[in-house]
Design a binder for this molecule. Structure first.
Ligand code: NAD
Length: 378
């Protein structure tokens, strides 16, 4: 089976979908792997590094896409490349399906089996192919590093002959994968960390990392069966803001990571809350690309509001591109491996498997994802 791996063309993207150790793994499974020339250069992998582990090098995207049984990439495919793939081709990438209705329709009409890696269920078996987790984890780490860089205070307590320096205070809103890594990173740097999430189950995890959980009585919040947060009512949201305002005002760095599956991120920090913060404080809005948790945050910009730096830089995992590529590549390799028939040496599109049921959006000219259909109906 031919696997084509396409070079990333999104401006500024330094992550690469597949690195040589994963190519090695796929070749050993019996796949023919063709990578686009220059695939790994942004992470210092030369074409020769891929050739050494058995890949061939393609130069024409058109030919590569036309011959592939499986296409692997990082970001969603460009519209004009969908028709270049042959019917029945399995396309695996981030797809952002809820915001890409036209693209999903095009993939359906072209008979492509499009896998959206974001839709892989958050189960124990699927953990090794969960790109949302691997990349959010790094995003959480980067957010703290950015906060430390832009704050004009140190994070740890220091007892020095010149006096005792108090530790900086970091407040993290939203404690999923990114938030947990942000807590761990801020703690390692010596900050005093507080955190909040609407899912009450998170309190124990926050405490186990040595941070304080900010308690807010919002009544029934709960979580979906997949562990995602439920949208708050307007009354609950108002109450949350009131309590968050106090914690934000006391913080030197606020990191927001709150997301709602398949919908825009909730707006949690408003301008009134920002104006109550100390000038010189820093906010990092990790949800800026999906609507933003912070009023006034702008994608890919650092803006100053009432003396507070509001950081809305996108693609945080891309700032540690080599590690992010290593993890993404490993996730992709594990996905292909999971569905690989080791005897016949072919990809087995097992529609009974719950991972495939969750992640497959289009197949055989139809939209097959029940989750996609139900969310798009609303
Ligand atoms: P996410 O990116 O969807 O959201 C980030 C966090 O924001 C979540 O913790 C959510 O509860 C929180 N949030 C939403 N609205 C909020 C609000 N108004 N105020 C404060 N916080 C708010 O989350 P994620 O990191 O993708 O994790 C989602 C779920 O999946 C979690 O339950 C996580 O434990 C679970 N998970 C499971 C596995 C696994 O078992 N394989 C792997 C990764 C994640």
């Amino acid at each position: 089976m031919k696997i084509a791996v396409m070079k990333e063309i999104h401006e500024g993207e330094k992550r690469v979908p597949l690195i040589p150790p994963t190519v090695d793994k796929l070749v050993k499974l019996g796949a023919q792997v063709e990578i686009e020339s220059g695939l790994g250069l942004t992470c210092r992998f030369e074409d020769a590094d891929y050739q050494k582990v058995g890949a061939t090098i393609g130069t024409s995207r058109e030919e590569m896409l036309g011959a592939a049984d499986i296409v692997l990439r990082l970001r969603k495919p460009p519209m004009d490349e969908v028709e270049l793939m042959k019917k029945g081709c399995v396309h695996v990438s981030y797809l952002d399906p809820f915001n890409e209705v036209e693209l999903v329709d095009k993939l359906k009409d072209a008979g492509i089996s499009a896998v959206s890696l974001e839709m892989i269920p958050r189960t124990t078996v699927a953990q090794k192919m969960d790109v949302l987790s691997s990349q959010a984890n790094l995003g959480g780490y980067v957010s703290v590093i950015l906060g430390a860089e832009h704050l004009d205070k140190v994070f740890p307590m220091m007892t020095t002959p010149a006096g005792t320096i108090k530790p900086s205070r970091v407040f993290i809103i939203g404690v999923g994968v990114a938030g947990l890594q942000a807590i761990a990173t801020a703690k390692r740097l010596g900050a005093r960390v507080e955190a909040f999430d609407t899912r009450p189950v998170v309190e124990e995890q926050v405490k186990s990392l040595g941070a304080k959980f900010v308690k807010v009585d919002l009544g029934d919040t709960g979580q979906t069966k997949d562990g995602y947060a439920k949208e708050l009512t307007p009354e609950q949201m108002a109450k949350q803001k009131e309590e968050m305002a106090k914690a934000c005002a006391a913080a030197d760095v606020v990191i927001t990571t709150a997301q709602l599956f398949g919908r825009p991120a909730p707006r949690i920090v408003d301008k009134a809350m920002i104006s109550d913060m100390q000038p010189g404080s820093v906010i990092i809005d990790m949800a800026v690309e999906t609507g933003g948790n912070v009023e006034g945050a702008e994608v890919d910009k650092i803006v100053e509001i009432e003396g507070v730096k509001v950081i809305g830089l996108g693609n945080l995992p891309g700032r540690v591109a080599e590690t992010a590529s290593q993890m993404y590549s490993s996730n992709l390799g594990n996905f292909v491996d999971h569905f690989w028939d080791k005897e016949a040496k072919v990809f087995n599109m097992n529609r009974e498997d719950e991972i495939m049921q969750g992640a497959l959006i289009t197949h055989n000219g139809e939209i097959v994802s029940e989750m996609y259909k139900s969310i798009m109906k609303k």
